[in-house]
Design a protein around this ligand. Structure first.
Ligand SMILES: Cc1cc2nc3c(=O)[nH]c(=O)nc-3n(C[C@H](O)[C@H](O)[C@H](O)COP(=O)(O)O)c2cc1C
Length: 192
């Protein structure tokens, strides 16, 4: 009987240790600490969302989509691009929904945007204008059809109180495997 109890205790101890080790690993899995991915995506293809999700998977991150507080007016895509351009020129940035996250509790933040007329999208500009990133490292990414403009560097410059890390633009005509590879190489470079 004593033998059985001792064996059970040993098995339980092993399970506990494995659990603790596994837990410890997942907390530090990314090498970047506790990671938050903030992104906006507009088009049906959700190009920026795809990059955001790959980044999340690689870093064990929390992920939050930045959303305008009121949905953008429904219009045909080409018309929308013009509407967005006018808004950018007027600096008429839309209010965004509460993110419901405590930025201060994260060690590393990713911010992703589609490129709009060479710049970060409207909701991401609002995010940058109203958020204090608390001195945290921040890496930007964008997706574009062809012309990346300055969206990635703009995010780095405009993010208040952030330590800008190297960002990347993804061309949305790249294949899924090319995107996967590029995100992985980039994230690994940030982990060093
Ligand atoms: C308002 C607007 C402006 C855009 N401006 C550009 C641009 O300047 N350069 C570019 O390459 N693509 C531009 N695009 C295309 C998007 O950047 C591209 O399709 C992006 O991958 C979309 O990401 P999403 O699917 O996450 O919305 C624009 C799209 C919209 C809606």
């Amino acid at each position: 009987m004593k033998n059985i109890i001792m064996r059970c205790a040993a098995v339980l101890g092993l399970l506990f240790c494995t659990g603790v080790l596994a837990f410890g690993q997942s907390a530090e899995q990314s090498g970047l600490g506790k990671v938050l991915v903030l992104y906006y995506s507009y088009s049906e293809n959700a190009n920026t969302e795809k990059v955001a999700e790959i980044t999340q998977g690689l870093t064990n991150a929390d992920i939050v989509k930045v959303e305008p507080a009121a949905p953008f007016p429904e219009m045909e895509y080409r018309q929308f691009t013009q509407w967005a351009k006018d808004r950018q020129q007027q600096e008429a940035y839309p209010p965004i929904r509460d993110l419901n996250v405590d930025i201060a509790s994260y060690d590393f933040i990713f911010v992703g945007t589609p490129v709009w007329w060479g710049l970060p999208s409207l909701p991401i500009t609002t995010l940058l204008r109203q958020t204090d990133f608390g001195g945290k490292p921040l890496a930007a990414f964008s997706t574009a059809q062809g012309g990346p403009g300055t969206a990635v560097s703009d995010i780095g410059k405009q993010a208040k109180n952030a330590l800008a890390k190297s960002g990347v633009n993804f061309n949305n005509v790249a294949s899924d495997s090319q995107i996967n590879e590029k995100v992985t190489t980039w994230v690994r470079s940030l982990q060093r």
